[in-house]
Design a protein around this ligand. Structure first.
Ligand code: GLP
Length: 244
């Protein structure tokens, strides 16, 4: 794992956007695995900016998102589908038919998980997977547990995740209790992984995930086994790691 120290969130966002645009320039028809949450917003803004300047072209790119809340329609401003359009898709030239997310409204969760895994497989897997990280070390919505989930699955969100994500909703009762998430095996099969982590409240997740034992109790720790991971982490998030 290569850890790149960023000064702050803005620096982290530029560095991450540089790595993603390099991927798109090197392979214009690549498959990007994309993430939501507050961490990648600055990265998407930077990519939109470079797109507007003519520096990067998304016309051949295909995307698969990591996760989606179960039960929210795409039109709900809290859905990840809505988020992706608001922060990225609507501002660049990615083709609508090349955009893929789990369908939060699918009536049969098992069928939806199987469909999503097939979509990823039919695209030939992910070239570059962008990840954020939850305070408890979750990636996508792979919560701490007794084993690493393989493919796309329907997850019961951890109380701490519901608590952390309530800031986006009117009240904690509005936060969905379940989500669809790409599994750890699918994430680990991505040819390259870029994880971005910012802020003091993530310092423990960074220390345990990158320097602690590999355990499903800290899902991000599995990334230590991937051959090509770049972690762009700001100084606050690195504050409990004296080795970097
Ligand atoms: C959510 C998402 C994750 C994200 C995490 C951290 O639970 N499912 O993909 O990485 O939150 O979010 P943030 O970047 O807002 O801290």
């Amino acid at each position: 794992m290569k850890i790149i120290r960023a000064k702050d969130y803005q620096d982290l966002s530029r560095k991450a956007a540089n790595i993603i645009s390099a991927q798109v320039i090197m392979k214009p028809d690549c498959v990007l695995g994309l993430a939501t949450g507050s961490s990648p917003i600055g990265t998407y803004q930077q990519l939109v900016d470079w797109y507007n300047k003519g520096d990067v072209d998304f016309s051949g790119v295909k995307s698969v998102n990591l996760d989606e809340y179960r039960g929210l329609p795409k039109s709900d401003p809290q859905s990840y589908d809505y988020f992706m359009h608001e922060h990225f898709f609507d501002h660049v030239n990615i083709k609508p038919e090349n955009i893929n997310l789990p369908n939060g409204e699918a009536p049969d969760p098992d069928a939806e998980c199987a469909r999503y895994d097939k979509v990823i497989e039919s695209l030939g897997g992910v070239d570059l997977q962008l990840l954020g990280c939850g305070r408890n070390g979750h990636i996508g919505f792979n919560e701490p547990g007794d084993c690493f989930a393989k493919g796309t699955h329907c997850v019961d969100l951890a109380e701490s995740t519901i608590e952390a994500n309530k800031r986006f909703f009117d009240s904690i009762d509005d936060v969905p209790r379940q989500a669809f998430s790409m599994g750890i095996q699918t994430i680990m099969r991505a040819r390259k992984i870029l994880i971005i982590i910012s802020g003091k409240d993530k310092a423990e997740a960074v220390a345990k995930g990158f320097f602690g034992p590999i355990t499903p109790q800290v899902p991000a720790s599995i990334l230590q086994l991937h051959p090509d991971v770049v972690a762009v982490v700001d100084e606050e998030a690195l504050s409990l790691c004296d080795k970097v």
